[in-house]
Design a binder for this molecule. Structure first.
Ligand SMILES: [Zn+2]
Length: 426
């Protein structure tokens, strides 16, 4: 019995260290919403009532995140200390009579574990959608739609994700033995690119309706002019019915090479219906991401991370002591991969998460500066203020929490940076 194997110890310590650190960050953020004083910059732009509403939403949603986080941490500890994954793995084999480590066994475990996590998570997402978001006026989803979404994404995982993932791991490890990491990396890279094509074109339309923007609308003409000025290879502009689920607004583009599509949320168009300029500013910001190669930078980071995962997993997959530490008596590559990701990669990915948030914020500033360079500084500020109000974004976020977890800079920082940039332009 290796009750206190160093691997198990390391896993327990890192899980809890990261868990408590994240809880501490959330706690700080929760506290920051108690601020009743509107920051000077927003005094004339946000009413007392709007500010109070945003603070109340932030307070509620952070309390909920904290609760969800604690649930996750408790579950992780139970799993580690009682070796739940191993018990589950052998239980499935015993009940179904499937050969341990076979494709069918691994696949059945994945599907069964998925069902368990749906059962554990759904009450939380139900509360989040129909109580929390509802109370603050964001939710537009019906209960029927909510159930349909869960079923659709479950089907996608059991039809596409699990079979491909299991088959790939088993194939490369059997075929290439200890040299498998580079082949796994190659296979995953191909899958990643395939997914990037399939996702916006085939998967997203399963959840939302994408309608090409009205050909004759003046907005479309302005979008085309803007794209032409910055040489953006625009193929199509879509409006997505984001309002079907939520009041939150957004815009993005996708596609490789000369096949770029722009997607605008109908909520964004609705919130900024008074004038096209702020919409064009948001779009121009997105074009800034394209101009500065942000998609390719992010892709390179993801590939570097994947390479690290491949070689790291290579060290875990053939080490029987790793398996024993978590209660497994078989060296099964799919399990080895899982143990590596869940246990050893977790602290690295927590750290990487903080770093990538920082990079992402720098990209946002850069994209904002691009919007200013195209003459959209003023409208960009207008758009940010509208979105702050409509999305009830944090106006007084905790500095440490935002530095560690925000992919977008706090509104105040963005608005001030826009002011600085606009002054430089003059
Ligand atoms: Zn952006």
């Amino acid at each position: 019995m290796s009750a206190f194997s160093p691997f198990l110890q390391a896993a327990t310590i890192s899980t809890n260290a990261i868990g408590f650190w994240d809880a501490y960050l959330l706690f700080r953020q929760r506290r920051s919403y108690n601020t009743t004083e509107i920051p000077a910059y927003f005094k004339e732009k946000v009413t007392e009532e709007e500010f109070d509403k945003a603070q109340a939403y932030g307070r509620d949603s952070t309390s909920f995140s904290l609760l969800e986080h604690v649930k996750g941490l408790v579950l992780s500890n139970v799993e580690l200390l009682l070796r739940v994954p191993a018990r589950f793995y052998y239980y499935v084999a015993k009940r179904t009579g499937l050969t341990v480590g076979s494709f069918a066994h691994n696949y059945t475990c994945a599907v069964a574990a998925d069902v368990v996590s749906i059962v554990l998570d759904t009450p939380f997402s139900y509360y989040d959608t129909f109580y929390l978001e509802e109370r603050h006026g964001f939710n537009k989803t019906t209960k029927m739609e909510f159930v349909k979404d869960i079923i659709k994404s479950f089907l996608l995982r059991i039809i596409l994700l699990y079979p491909v993932q299991t088959a790939l791991i088993q194939f490369v490890v059997r075929q290439f033995g200890e040299r498998f990491p580079i082949y796994f990396f190659g296979g995953m890279t191909v899958l990643m690119f395939t997914f990037m094509v399939i996702y916006p074109n085939f998967i997203m339309p399963l959840f939302n309706k994408f309608t090409p923007i009205d050909k004759e609308s003046p907005l479309k003409k302005k979008i085309e002019t803007l794209c032409a000025t910055v040489h953006f290879p625009l193929k199509k502009v879509f409006v997505v019915d984001g309002s079907r689920r939520s009041h939150h607004s957004n815009a993005y583009f996708y596609g490789f090479g000369k096949n770029k599509c722009i997607v605008l949320y109908d909520t964004l168009l609705e919130q900024m219906k008074e004038s096209d300029e702020p919409i064009l500013a948001v779009l121009c910001h997105e074009l800034g991401h394209w101009k500065h190669w942000h998609m390719y930078i992010n892709l390179s980071i993801a590939l570097a991370q994947l390479l690290g995962i491949s070689y790291g997993a290579g060290a875990a997959v053939f080490n029987p002591r790793v398996y024993e530490a978590f209660g497994f008596h078989h060296t099964d590559p799919v399990v080895g991969m899982y143990l590596f990701l869940e246990v050893f990669f977790q602290p690295i990915s927590a750290l990487m998460g903080h770093v990538s948030c920082y990079i992402s914020r720098q990209h946002e500033f850069q994209a904002d500066r691009f919007a200013v360079s195209q003459g959209y500084g003023g409208p960009m500020k207008k758009a940010l203020l509208v979105m702050t109000k409509e999305n009830k974004s944090a106006i007084t976020p905790d500095p440490l929490y935002s530095a560690m977890t925000y992919t977008h800079p706090p509104m105040l920082e963005r608005l001030e940076a826009l002011d600085v940039e606009m002054k430089k332009q003059k």
